[in-house]
Write a protein that binds this ligand. Structure first.
Ligand SMILES: *Cc1c(COP(=O)(O)O)cnc(C)c1O
Length: 411
């Protein structure tokens, strides 16, 4: 076992990513195991926020759309995200939220397959993904339907009446990671278009959209990409589909000549068509700065460290005799993303007690304590300390105290 040989400090000393922690502005006395939900603040983002607000907006006013290239920020940022998810230039644009982007892509994709009327997904997909399909179906009419397929039977559930297969690569609760390459190619054999949600993938490990021949993808940037609360999301439309793609939220920023101010909508013939209204420049500028964190590290190195931290976490739980108390519902390390899910009937109260002790993780209904492992700023020593604190909470029944029992509105 790793930690019978090395102390956590020794493991941190050997860590090739150890210097990255200094690029984040982290609070004292906090161990952050929730970067899979809201990434922390990069110091470069803090600087950029003040630059964009005080100088660009404050001093240069409307001239900034040209002077500071605000107008092309959705494409600039989109291409930077593209590099992190294996997409060549011109296929990713930054805009809106995952939910809105799903609506655009699903609407466009279903029209590309007029003879097929089924959108398929897993029941355990993130709820907003499912809700957006349900909303779209109410516009499409009765011949269209949503089909739930089982997460462990996707490969055998792909039938040729399915127009679009919408999957989230990493299950938000269990952390299970799907085989993007295999599933996409099986779907294509049945003529099915694929839409991948990269919410828990982008910035966590290497993703190869082009290589896997993915048709469409969406993702958010406030999780592993550290773009800030409500930072704008992204859309990927494979180049081969761009000519036939038409999404219905036909706002002026997706027009092929928005500043001609003509009365008829003509979509841009590229991924830019996904822009709808005026982009939120402040949030997108902060995201743009945050992405520079990834300039000098590879996703492979991030993934390698994540696996080491996860293995270390589990071995520390074992040494603390805590593994028997929880049901580890995440699959084996090679088959999961950068998080571990521990099921326990009192998961909510345990999470609250852990937060009070300075360890921030999160709870996902009905009974999951979700531990996010974001290697850019987590140290082995943090993992060791987090487990030590959990041990106290469990052995002294701290989580049973009344103040940990009532739920806040955001879990
Ligand atoms: C976090 C997350 C979302 C969030 O969607 P927004 O519209 O950006 O709020 C959507 N899907 C998945 C799978 C997620 O994990």
């Amino acid at each position: 076992m790793m930690n019978t040989v090395y102390t956590p400090q020794e493991l941190d000393d050997k860590d090739p990513l150890k210097a990255k922690i200094s690029e984040f502005s982290l609070p004292d006395n906090t161990i952050y195991l929730d970067g899979n939900s809201l990434g922390p603040l990069p110091t470069c983002a803090e600087k950029r926020a003040s630059e964009v607000v005080c100088n660009q907006w404050g001093q240069d006013l409307i001239t900034s759309w040209n002077k500071h290239k605000w107008i092309s920020l959705p494409q600039t940022v989109g291409n930077k995200i593209g590099k992190l998810i294996g997409a060549n230039e011109g296929q990713v644009v930054c805009c809106d939220s995952i939910s809105v982007n799903l609506f655009k892509v699903l609407s466009a994709a279903i029209k590309m397959h007029p003879e097929r009327k089924v959108i398929a997904t897993t029941q355990d997909n993130f709820p907003t993904d499912i809700y957006m399909v349900q909303g779209l179906l109410s516009l499409l009419g009765d011949e269209y339907s949503l089909r739930f397929i089982e997460e462990d039977k996707i490969e055998t559930s792909l039938t040729d009446d399915i127009a679009v297969l919408m999957l989230t690569q990493v299950n938000f609760r269990s952390g299970k990671k799907l085989d993007m390459s295999g599933i996409t190619s099986l779907a294509h054999e049945k003529g099915i278009l694929t839409l991948w949600d990269l919410a828990h993938s982008a910035g966590a490990f290497p993703v190869a959209l082009d290589e896997c021949n993915v048709d469409f993808a969406v993702g958010c940037t406030y999780k592993y990409l550290n773009g800030g609360p409500g930072a704008p999301a992204f859309i990927y439309v494979a180049e081969r589909h761009q000519a036939d793609y038409q999404q219905p939220l036909s706002g002026w920023m997706g027009h092929n000549a928005p500043f001609d101010f003509v009365p008829d909508y003509v979509p841009a013939a590229n991924v830019q068509q996904n822009l709808c209204g005026t982009p939120g420049i402040i949030g997108m500028s902060i995201l743009d700065a945050s992405l520079s964190i990834f300039d000098d590290v590879s996703l492979k190195a991030i993934d390698d460290k994540s696996k080491k931290l996860q293995a270390y976490f589990v071995s520390e739980l074992q040494h603390a005799n805590l593994l028997d108390l929880f049901d580890v519902i995440s699959p084996a390390i090679q088959e999961r993303g950068s998080q571990i899910a521990l099921a326990h009937d009192d998961a909510y109260a345990i999470c609250q007690a852990w937060i009070e002790a300075g360890v921030i993780a999160d709870f996902r209904a009905p009974n999951v304590l979700r531990v996010g492992i974001a290697p850019l700023y987590l140290r082995f020593e943090d993992i060791s300390n987090a487990v030590r604190k959990l041990k106290v909470i469990m052995t002294e029944n701290v989580f049973k105290e009344v103040r940990f029992q009532s739920k806040h509105s955001v879990t």
